[in-house]
Design a protein around this ligand. Structure first.
Ligand SMILES: [Zn+2]
Length: 298
């Protein structure tokens, strides 16, 4: 992968259920599908607790980013179609990669951001555990009785009832970290999170029954850069002797107002919190992300 370390991102946000969120059930009938966020149970510090699997949260964010990319006319493969020869992970290395569809070292924009079987993603999502003060509330789950869904017809299958455990309260610490990302990728991830906060992205199984809404609060974004260009956000750029990954020679943006700049070791750190985060997101979307999605309009 990258021989150099150019930048890091540390995105933290608190996720709160806005209505019931399904926990993965042991029984059949409510398989939430591979792209759905999943609450699961584990033991932590001797206690049973619900948590949100990072892979599930990443799947939901990725699926939404794929839709955003496709809406802008860009190709994004669907990695849940494992046998589809168009997916980056399933594509044969013998076929030349169309640079329009697979511009990032033979990967599409979504795989380059979130990873595929062949490439590590630029962003990782950690498992989200209940915030310390919210452990009890998060684990005060309820049981709902639902109707099983028939796999083939996608309709309610006659008489199949299941008991589903749902999370109804508490708060979960979400942490997403990025490394060697282009600024358009940071904009894409932040705007997808913003859409989730705005109710556009629902999570978990049984979305159609009004479940899966969340609110996101206490936003904090820490961005670390190895360069010394004060006042700038710097995306990963092409480095001589490294694979190109479809990165530009330079990827810079004036840091939007509201970010505090400091130093930590060799890094220049720019931090956005609370109300300053939407300003950061808006600047990344209007600048680098828009330029990436619509290069012809520039
Ligand atoms: Zn792909």
């Amino acid at each position: 992968m990258f021989k150099t370390l150019q930048n890091l991102a540390d995105l933290r946000v608190t996720l709160r259920p806005d209505g019931p969120l399904l926990i993965r059930a042991q029984s059949v009938g409510i398989d939430p599908g591979p792209a759905d966020m999943e609450f699961q149970r584990t033991r932590r510090a001797g206690k049973s607790t619900v948590y949100l699997a990072g892979s599930g949260l990443k799947g939901v964010l990725r699926a939404h980013c794929e839709r955003l990319l496709r809406s802008a006319g860009r190709f994004a493969c669907d990695p849940t179609h494992v046998r589809d020869p168009q997916t980056c992970g399933g594509r044969s290395d013998r076929d030349p990669a169309d640079p329009k569809r697979y511009p990032h070292a033979a990967n599409c924009a979504a795989c380059f951001t979130f990873g595929s079987l062949k490439v590590a993603g630029r962003f990782r999502v950690a498992d989200a555990y209940p915030a310390k003060a919210e452990e009890e509330a998060a684990n005060r789950t309820e049981v709902r009785t639902g109707v099983g869904i028939d796999r083939k017809s996608q309709a309610a299958s006659g008489g199949v009832l299941y008991d589903a455990e749902v999370v109804v309260g508490g708060a979960f610490d979400v942490r997403i970290s990025g490394e060697n990302y282009a600024l358009w990728q940071l904009g894409l991830v932040l705007t997808a999170l913003d859409d989730m906060a705005g109710g556009l992205v629902r999570i978990g199984g049984a979305k159609a029954r009004g479940m899966g809404g969340v609110t996101l609060e206490s936003w904090a974004v820490g961005l670390s850069f190895v360069d010394a260009r004060a006042g700038k956000l710097a995306g990963a750029h092409l480095v001589q002797g490294d694979k190109s990954y479809g990165l530009p020679a330079e990827d810079l943006l004036d840091a939007p107002a509201g970010g505090g700049e400091s130093r930590r070791g060799l890094f220049r750190v720019v931090r956005y919190e609370g109300d300053a985060v939407p300003r950061l997101t808006a600047a990344l979307v209007a600048g680098p992300l828009d330029a990436y999605l619509h290069p012809e309009g520039r």
